[in-house]
Design a protein around this ligand. Sequence first.
Ligand SMILES: CC(=O)SCCNC(=O)CCNC(=O)[C@H](O)C(C)(C)COP(=O)(O)OP(=O)(O)OC[C@H]1O[C@@H](n2cnc3c(N)ncnc32)[C@H](O)[C@@H]1OP(=O)(O)O
Length: 207
Amino acid sequence: MKQCFVIGGGGHARVLLHGLRGLGWQVAGYVAQEPSSAMPVPWLGQDRCRLASPEGLPGVAFLGVGMVTSAPWRRSLIEAFLAQGFDLPPLITHNAMVHDDVKLGDGSVILDGAVVVTGSRLGRGCLINTRAVVDHDCVLGDNVHVACGATLSGGVRLGADVMIGTGANLIQGVEVCAGAVIGAGATVVGDVTRPGVYLGTPARRRQ
Ligand SMILES: CC(=O)SCCNC(=O)CCNC(=O)[C@H](O)C(C)(C)COP(=O)(O)OP(=O)(O)OC[C@H]1O[C@@H](n2cnc3c(N)ncnc32)[C@H](O)[C@@H]1OP(=O)(O)O
């Protein structure tokens, strides 16, 4: 049986456990700052400590750390595990739909009900959450989160560390710069060229 461990011990890590079981992975446990009584698998130690002494960990890890705002630190976490020699394959859960020519970077996760459409390219550590849509020819930098039910129309481009909130919508072809946060329910109808928090319909930068 394929053995792996999960990085992270919060709600997103538990979601990942379901996805991994559905795909036949045996999860040895998780690494996180501290143990969590909600996790049904063993705590294998603190993430940074286990990076320094990785003996006994399976060679394959999945990134189970969520993000609710722009979180560049998450990118360095991925890079640290890769640099230590762990394999962080992308994860597509059983009920997600990803067209076969889509490119996914290490550590990216596509959750149940999400759809990622032909021609799209996602960087490392992207999270396409439950029922989100990334339509054709989108380009996502590293460490982008498209939260539950959000929609990227065709040809959208997102820089690194972008957060797209739950239920937000981006029309075709818009570009969002690195580090921007699009609030839940916002509608983006033009390029976002300055980092910041964007809210409403049409989305405007919060002062
Ligand atoms: C499986 C999962 O759970 S994945 C997680 C998914 N999570 C998300 O999508 C979260 C997205 N985050 C948001 O939308 C957040 O509200 C943010 C980032 C836009 C703003 O967060 P904060 O900076 O903490 O703002 P805060 O909650 O203090 O609100 C400040 C003001 O903005 C308003 N506001 C907050 N979010 C929004 C929004 N999405 N749209 C419109 N107004 C908003 C608040 O009502 C408040 O208004 P007030 O000053 O008139 O009372």
